[in-house]
Ligand binder design. Structure first.
Ligand code: GAP
Length: 408
């Protein structure tokens, strides 16, 4: 498939099927903002849920935290973002943080910034976290949330935007261990890329050379993806040293050191940071899942999404809309499956072929059809597989277990 074309096809599918719309479209749009419709919101949510389960729920060493998008100027002064978070604009440097005023009365207003990264929320809470959870190194603080960057030239759909979700964690370690944990997280990021269904053959590591890294980083590897518009950053992995905690300790006067009970040592931990853009994940997942083939002599488009990510898990159809006994049975099965899988759809519009196509296009892994045999003869339904169109008859009683097993 031609690359140029593929991007247009994804953008058009996203709009046509309610995944993604231009932000504030009826007013001509605001560049670098995108609205997610129902299917886009489901996909977005499923990616976050998978990330959280994989990196927080299933691990003993990562802890979740949630902090505001607004943080005062002092944070960004200390972190170095006021000085360094800039893009070149002619001969000037343009700081890409959004500056805002919090408060109404003149002498009580506070200058704040919408966060361009989540990391500072983890750093300013480091002491709170130590005091309340008493963790042992190594451990991580993970967060999913909004980030804002006043990009000079937002472009390429979800790739470069001004408001996006980040999935990020700061992993605190002893300085001597930094290479070991950098390697560990490098491998873990590859595992995530596979888990979320991004085509690994389109991802490459790029070592960022001296002089080009962010001001806080001593080593950075970008994970780049071959987007149709070029090979560009997908994720970043950085060794942030003790830069942030040390700067915050100095600027706030709060002790940010960790006390190692065993060796009776006090020190400021170092940090490895895996940082994953959520919108870029959506885009890479969609580009990896997009397929065109021919089925029964017709061209079709489908999204080969992992079942865990699919916005709709199962669609239920009565063969005919105007046969009450079919509709009734289909609704009964729909209700049952909805309790089990949540994201289940009922559709009785148009012929069955069209209904299959609609579900293929949004990546629904299985469709269930109720026909006359179901109600009059054998209590069996037809289960149809998205990827190969194969159909099998399954007993109504075994249906939930059958679909659960298939979707593992
Ligand atoms: N805390 C580290 C950090 O913020 P970054 O490389 O500047 O590092 C992290 O950003 C990730 O955020 C990137 O790897 C990318 O996935 C995503 N990202 C950055 N800028 C973006 C933008 N304008 N639009 C969409 N995603 C963006």
């Amino acid at each position: 498939m031609e690359n140029e074309n593929k991007m247009e096809k994804i953008v058009s599918l996203c709009k046509r099927r309610g995944f993604v719309f231009q932000g504030s479209e009826i007013y001509g749009g605001l560049a670098g903002t995108w609205d997610y419709g129902p299917y886009g919101s489901e996909l977005a949510h499923n990616i976050k849920e998978l990330w959280w389960k994989h990196f927080v729920g299933d691990r003993e060493d990562n802890f979740g935290i949630t902090t505001p998008t607004l943080m005062p100027e002092a944070v960004w002064q200390a972190s170095g973002h006021l000085e360094n978070f800039t893009d070149p604009l002619g001969k000037e440097k343009f700081n890409t943080m959004f500056k805002v005023k919090a408060g109404a009365l003149k002498d009580e207003t506070v200058t704040a910034y919408l966060r361009p990264e989540l990391a500072q929320g983890m750093f300013v809470n480091f002491k709170n976290f130590l005091d309340t959870m008493r963790p042992k190194l190594p451990f991580g603080l993970a967060q999913i949330g909004r980030a804002y960057r006043n990009e000079i030239a937002p472009r390429d759909f979800l790739f470069r935007v001004r408001e996006f979700d980040l999935m990020e964690f700061e992993y605190f370690i002893r300085e001597k261990d930094w290479q070991k944990y950098f390697e560990m997280w490098r491998e873990e990021m590859w595992k995530w890329i596979e888990l979320v269904g991004i085509d690994k053959t389109l991802v490459h590591e790029h070592e960022i050379p001296d002089g080009e890294r962010a001001h806080y980083s001593k080593r950075t590897i970008d994970f780049e993806f071959d987007y149709p518009f070029g090979t560009r950053e997908l994720y970043g992995l950085a060794y942030r040293t003790d830069h942030d905690l040390r700067k915050h300790a100095a600027a706030s006067g709060v002790d940010m050191s960790y006390f190692d009970e065993e060796n009776k040592e006090k020190f400021i931990p170092h940090v490895i940071e895996p940082s994953m853009g959520h919108g870029r994940t959506m885009l890479a997942v969609l580009l990896s899942a997009y397929r065109e083939d021919e089925m029964n002599g017709e061209k079709r488009v489908y999204l080969a999404l992992k079942p865990a990510l699919a916005p709709v898990k199962v669609a239920v159809f009565p063969l005919l809309k105007n046969k009450p006994q079919l509709v009734e049975k289909a609704r009964e099965i729909y209700q049952k499956l909805k309790k089990e899988f949540g994201a289940v759809e009922f559709d009785d519009n148009g012929n069955i072929g069209k209904r299959y196509r609609r579900q293929d296009e949004i990546g629904t892994p299985y469709c269930v059809t109720i026909d006359f045999d179901t109600v009059e003869k054998d209590q069996m339904v037809t289960v149809r597989n998205r990827d190969n169109g194969k159909q099998e008859r399954v007993s109504e009683n075994d249906l939930t277990a059958h679909l659960e097993e298939k979707m593992l």
